[in-house]
Design a protein around this ligand. Structure first.
Ligand code: FES
Ligand code: FES
Length: 159
């Protein structure tokens, strides 16, 4: 049995104390130890973006980040953002634009889109395309996703 590392991390506003194997990736920790299955595992080597979560206020690849790197930090997952209503307008826009089919990529897309909207409220359509180019969607195609994000950029500017 490998040594376990004591971990304290605030996940979606709730402080958790756990023990993990040092090699455990953040997304595996969230899914298997904490039971938050909204972040997905696709490529498992940093390419597809399905595992995107926020660590200390910035999006990271959950499959390239070790759980121990979150020690003492804060993590936000799609579950937390959904419950707080932070991405409600994005979720509604994805539905309105048919920007999801199987939904496998959607939590990562929403995490990435949230950071874009908060950090680059003046982003152009081209910049939106660039920003989400690290998130792969195997079914919907990207036009509808870009449309949905652009809708929310416009709505938030007008509100
Ligand atoms: S599963 Fe992490 S980037 Fe693909
Ligand atoms: S909606 Fe299926 S992978 Fe994007």
């Amino acid at each position: 049995m490998p040594d376990l590392f004591p971990l304290q991390v605030t996940i979606n506003g709730q402080t958790r104390r756990c023990s993990v194997e040092p090699r455990t990736h953040l997304v595996d920790f969230l899914r298997e130890d904490i039971g938050l299955k909204g972040s997905h595992l696709g490529c498992e080597h940093g390419v597809c973006g399905a595992c995107t979560v926020e660590l200390n206020g910035q999006i990271v690849r959950g499959c390239l980040t070790l759980a121990v790197q979150a020690d003492g930090g804060t993590v936000q997952t799609i579950e937390g953002l959904s419950q707080s209503g932070t991405v409600r307008d994005l979720q509604q826009a994805f539905i309105a634009r048919n920007a999801l089919q199987c939904g496998f990529c959607t939590s990562g897309m929403l995490m990435a889109a949230k950071e874009l909207i908060e950090t680059r409220p003046e982003a152009t359509r081209t910049e939106v395309r660039d920003w989400i180019s690290g998130n792969y969607c195997r079914c919907t195609g990207y036009h509808a996703i870009v449309d949905a994000i652009c809708d929310v950029l416009r709505q938030r500017k007008e509100s």
